[in-house]
Design a protein around this ligand. Sequence first.
Ligand code: S3P
Length: 441
Amino acid sequence: MTAANLTARRAGPLKGVVRAPGDKSISHRALILGALATGVTEIEGLLEGDDVKRTAAAMAAFGAKIERLGEGKWRVEGAGGFSEPADVVDCGNAGTGVRLIMGAAAGFDMAATFTGDNSLRGRPMNRVLKPLGQMGATWICRQGGRLPLTLKGGGLKHIAYRLPEPSAQVKSAVLLAGLHAEGGVEVIEPEATRDHTERMLHGFGATIEVREEGAGRHIVLPPGQKLRGTRIHVPGDPSSAAFPLVAALVTPGSEVTVQGMLLNPLRIGLLETLGDMGADISVTNVREEGGETVADVTARHSELEGVEVPAERAPSMIDEYPILAVAAAFASGKTVMRGIGEMRVKESDRIALMAAGLAACGIGVEEEPETLTVIGAKRGNHLVHGGAGVTTHGDHRIAMSHLVLGLAAEEPVGVDEPGMIATSFPGFVQMMRGLGAEIEG
Ligand code: S3P
């Protein structure tokens, strides 16, 4: 999925009101739970990015009837369970897709083979296979728990699983497997991660108990669950909204509003951090939609100051560190991001690629195993230089982050493999151009 490079250059201020695309995490879950349920699920605002389309195709392969009724409007008719797919299930670039689907598939007595693109085939699946194995699933895979992988499910038993890493994907995979485990399942998370699976399971009629106890959050799914189709309105993705919002913060004279953005408390770490940095951000029209809080968020150009981002905040903004690093480049002083080792096992090693990209753009960076430090370029008249062609390793967020950097740097910034942006934010370039950005290619 490569195309000619894209280049962003400095132009006038960014102005306008936009809607973020549907939340990627919620979109995957809506399709998967819809397919596991009995009856019809109608989804509005589904993210039509490549990752989610792969999950839709996978759900059809596992026996659900999937129909696209219009833009973002999808109908899923679940068969009340999965049946064996006739071919290999290719999840493309989507870690969330493959890990959640493997969890769901493990509940059924069948074999399914999973693969993905270059990036996904390099990512660790052991974190999901370990608990699924404890429940009774078996598999054969490439060394190091890599895809392609054939999973054999069915006959699962109860476990109480304490997450060794703060991962909503692993938590969700275990919960989805637990739907069909004898005795149900319990997941204990030492640090809270996004809770869309828990909320949505409840919305589909499951009984799920969440209690804070001691140093952890216990999520208990009792046995005998029956999911029934429902209606889902997918809110705007804060991880995508982050790009136009930060672009406005760093581009002089800008004011951008993103409407209908998800404000789940476990997803707002970036907003908190930007607030700490002195960003002029206002949140209006706060409302409840389909069990989640959403609001309109406006960002205006701001003089930012570097901060220490608390390590405990990492799970609530894990996908937003690349764009935070860009905001930090335009700040005065140092921004230190600790406890972000999980960034190294995303679509790329995001600590390494952000450090390399920012350094190529003339910004001071320090990289440690679990920490990224950005030395803000804003000292007196000193500005962010830019002027680099950045290698993204096919990572959508690395590409969008550097394009935002190019919008406010002295010299243009180019990125390779821009086609990958469509995995999470197919309309990114068009939206940014609509706000006044100069992006060519
Ligand atoms: C996601 C969880 C996070 C995040 C990913 C989406 C999810 O991954 O990085 O983009 O939808 O559950 P981890 O669970 O591996 O931290």
